[in-house]
Design a protein around this ligand. Sequence first.
Ligand code: SF4
Length: 456
Amino acid sequence: MALKASDIQKKLPEGGKKNCKECGFPTCFAFAMKLASGAVSVQKCTYLPDEIKAELEEALAPPIRLVTIGKGANSFSTGEEEVIYRHEKTFYRPTGVAILISEKESEESIAAKINKLKTMQFDRVGQKLQANLYALKYDGNGETYLNLVKRVAGEGYPMILICEDLDTLFKARDLVADQNPLLYPITKDNLEAALPKIKVKPTPIGIRANGIEEIIPITKRLKEEGIQDVVLDPSPKSLKEMVRDYTLIRRAALKKTFRPLGYPILSLPCSLADNKMEEALFASAGVIKYAGIVVLSDFEKETLYPLLVLRQNIFTDPRVPLAVEQKIYEIGAVTPDSPVLLTTNFALTYFAVASEIENSKVPSYLCVKDTEGLCVLAAWSTGKFSGDTAGPFLKKIGIADKVKNKRVIIPGFAARIKGELEEELQDWEVIVGPREASDLPAYLPQMIEKWKSQNK
Ligand code: SF4
């Protein structure tokens, strides 16, 4: 945050000593502290002159502006990042991935690309991975382009309108202005002609400039006109330039609070790369190095999936372990005779165990206990996976109502909770399973055979 509470207090009425409480806070300083943390609006103090309010709002605004494209449930937001390096805190807004469609493409190709954004979804560690936007590129045929824009608008996803011809760009914008599309490119050459048209129906815009220095007067001019929903494309010519420029923009925005560069970055690997693999490489660099949106010429599973996994890894909070929901997971076609296994909710533990149960071909109930995302050994050693917490958990989730035989298999690494768990679950048999999930495919069929022979 650019201002400290003590700096803000000095700007409040009577040097921050009025303390009238009308803002809902007991003192001006308490109000200043809330302002500094972004938890309250400056408008709450009705005694502040407008110019001081504007000054404080400017100083307290996030160093990288939040820009939203689209409307409603499928809208996409980028910006408001706070750190250069993920390990300093976290990155908040995953890079948007867009698919480029030109009106020049065949009907078959357009239909396939429209479909790819909707259907190319992947599940990984309990999260759905999917791309985000359509980027519609004008290639010279105005009527066909406008028809494409209308058609894609019906899909309900956010859109980037890429059009060098200003008349066609704003005709397209008028067709879908209610869907808040991003308009690109606004350049130093078309800026003045575009400004009045942008202001008629303001939507986000993308600046294209020949390098960072050319961006600065454009964003300043736009700000004078009250236009701030902006993304930046410094048009790098190589991977090296791309990483350099994006890093400079991020550093200027965060370290220097340099407002003219305090906007998200639009990256177009589709126009920078010579081939598909290079494009995937550039897009990956963009995800890592600060691009708010990357536009790809097409989606192929073999490049889109790794890119989305990379994005998922970069944009998870390093302070919070990946965790899955605490509940009973039914793996395979379970019956009342299926075995019951118990584990923790660390996402990688869950997915390792669940996939090895699948490999065993023994349909099973997997009871996943919330251990704040810790793996079995860490959860046991910190007391989050003990018999006297696991027992009540198993009772509470009602696994006993689903099975005939009350047997629960616990992880080998948590063998020491067996005694406690037996005390908690007096009518259950507690069995210590293998330490490694990879042993389950051999272990589970053996247990099934053993139980069958015991029942004969
Ligand atoms: S309303 Fe303004 S002057 Fe009154 S206590 Fe709050 S910040 Fe201070």
